[in-house]
Design a protein around this ligand. Structure first.
Ligand code: SAM
Length: 202
């Protein structure tokens, strides 16, 4: 269960929301369905207003978030489900028209769960943003990784081995007030779109 203290500390050190970048991608792609896995507080909804012909599906393993979100958002096209990633039925979506967001989620998942997820979502557009271990990393970054509750912050090469057919972009010191390295992995999305959203959204 996410503690209030943990969320509070996270908010204190956050300089820019990861979900604000995800929202910029939504503005660009205008997909019909957005599938936000491990949605937490569904922060992306603070940065992107869904049109009536679009749908948002937030999936989250912790019921605490889902109960809170269901009270806050009453729109018919904004839906929440208490669900583990392994139990999501991706067959109900048209992959060509659907974007999967995994913001800060991969480092909570073991390799097997990621492989199973990937086998079900080959044709989907996918954006992931997560922490990455790099050579000669700042000591502060290492301490933050140590304190993180996800057990699977990976080396870049280990992400690359898992996320076959994905492109990636390393991002340094963009989101936190402290030194930190993120990596964006994306699939069925143009690299120029990712570059543009990073450059235009500083
Ligand atoms: C670091 S938080 C990120 C939350 C949100 N995506 C954001 O950007 O604010 C990771 C979230 O993934 C959820 N999570 C972890 N493992 C999961 C799983 N196997 N299935 C679904 N959600 C999971 C956690 O409960 C947590 O809310």
């Amino acid at each position: 269960m996410y503690s209030y203290l943990y969320s509070f500390i996270q908010k204190l050190i956050l300089k820019k929301s990861l979900n604000s970048d995800a929202a910029s991608l939504l503005k660009l792609l205008k997909v019909k369905n957005v599938i936000d896995i491990g949605c937490g507080d569904s922060d992306v909804l603070n940065y992107y207003k869904f049109e009536k012909n679009q749908k948002y599906f937030g999936y989250e393993a912790e019921g605490y978030f889902i109960n809170k979100l269901k009270k806050k958002f009453k729109e018919k096209n904004i839906l929440f489900f208490k669900s583990n990633i392994n139990d999501i039925d991706f067959n109900k979506f048209n992959p060509k028209n659907s974007l999967i967001l995994m913001i800060g989620v991969l480092h909570h998942l073991d390799d097997l769960s990621i492989k199973k997820f990937l086998s079900k979502t080959k044709e989907f557009k996918i954006l992931s943003i997560d922490a990455v271990i790099l050579p000669n990393q700042n000591l502060v970054t290492k301490i933050l990784y140590y304190l993180d509750r996800g057990n699977y912050i990976r080396y870049l090469n280990d992400y690359k081995k898992l996320l076959v057919n994905f492109k990636y972009k390393l991002i340094h010191n963009r989101y936190l007030r402290l030194p930190y390295d993120h990596v964006m992995f994306f699939k069925n999305i143009k690299k120029t779109d990712i570059n543009n959203l990073i450059d235009s959204n500083k």
